[in-house]
Design a binder for this molecule. Sequence first.
Ligand SMILES: [Fe+2]
Ligand SMILES: [Fe+2]
Length: 191
Amino acid sequence: MLRLASVTPPAWTDAALGGVSELLLDHAHCELKAASTALGLAFRCASIPGLPEPLSRLAREELEHFELVLAALRERGIAFGRAAATPYAARLHGAIRGAEPSRLVDTLLCCALIEARSCERMQLLATRLPDPSLRDLYEGLLASEARHHATYVDLALEVAPRTEVLRRLDELAAHEASVLADSPRGPRLHE
Ligand SMILES: [Fe+2]
Ligand SMILES: [Fe+2]
């Protein structure tokens, strides 16, 4: 269960299908950023029992995803290079509370929501992309992203009581939906 507060509109899928090269480039960056975020959290949570190992595993899987998307770029003759950042993550993180342990709980839940949104949209790509090898790529990735969503929620549950975590997840999911509703619409995973 992905616990998102909105459903991606058809206009997003249309924009994504209209710019597959840009979408793949953005997606490669998203996977690399996901690995970097998980690794950063492993450092930050080094002294919290039960957190470093799943975060390390998650970082490793995101790097594997990054390499799969890099291969898809290479097969299509698309150079991997810099891509303009989207405001999504920064705006999502704007709701993170300042004092610990709330700050860590919110950070983990924002990661959970990013994973959930990726998974939801990969499902759309896996059914709608005309290129069968790209459909297979997204079909293969989306189960991992659903698992990552659940992992981040589980990690937040290591830090705070269940009722607080689930209440905060609902609040942040509503915030995530409003961030996306106000975002520009381009061929990006989180626009
Ligand atoms: Fe991933
Ligand atoms: Fe992920």
